[in-house]
Ligand binder design. Structure first.
Ligand code: RP5
Length: 163
């Protein structure tokens, strides 16, 4: 199976980003997590992104806050799918990161999830890999069925409470 790269701009992003790694673990998807910064270590970012495909990666998740250029800088250096996680915080509470991550120029997309949406970034990465991986597609179907069962259970509890 292809690996997922989980990149974050700072160690301060890790408490949020670890939910992506937990979800990848739950799906049994191999991944590497690294701290690298579009601004503080730009050469390392370009090098990682430009060699990611030949190094066995299938999707790159990038998390960053404030002037959140990591996902864009990675996307500029690879044609692998890039999933961006804008991180909440700073003077604008994440609005700056959301716009910096999502507003990419035509031709260089970043699939941006919600502010702090680490779990969904991992699920989206899994869905991308599952296009060519039947086992993973089966696990994703099973996870959806679990989710539906949990909702039914919650509804049954609610019905019990309001009667
Ligand atoms: C961004 O700036 C990082 O992704 C982080 O969200 C934010 C703050 O970084 P630190 O100053 O905490 O290292 O580049």
């Amino acid at each position: 199976m292809k690996k997922v790269a989980v990149l974050m701009g700072s160690d301060s992003d890790w408490p949020t980003v670890r939910a992506a790694c937990a979800q990848l673990d739950a799906f049994g998807i191999p991944y590497e997590a690294h701290i690298m910064s579009a601004h503080r270590s730009p050469a390392q970012v370009a090098d990682f992104a430009s060699h990611a495909r030949k190094n066995g990666f299938g999707v790159i998740i990038c998390a960053a806050g404030m002037a959140a250029h990591l996902a864009g800088a990675v996307a500029a250096n690879t044609t692998l799918p890039v999933v961006g996680i804008p991180i909440k915080g700073g003077a604008m509470d994440g609005l700056d990161a959301l716009l910096a991550t999502v507003q990419m120029p035509s031709g260089i997309p970043v699939a941006t999830v919600a502010l702090d949406g680490a779990k969904n970034a991992a699920v989206l990465a899994a869905q991308i890999l599952a296009v060519s991986d039947g086992d993973l597609a089966g696990w994703l179907d099973a996870a959806r069925k679990d989710m539906a069962a949990q909702i039914e259970e919650k509804d049954a509890t609610l019905q019990g409470e309001i009667r």
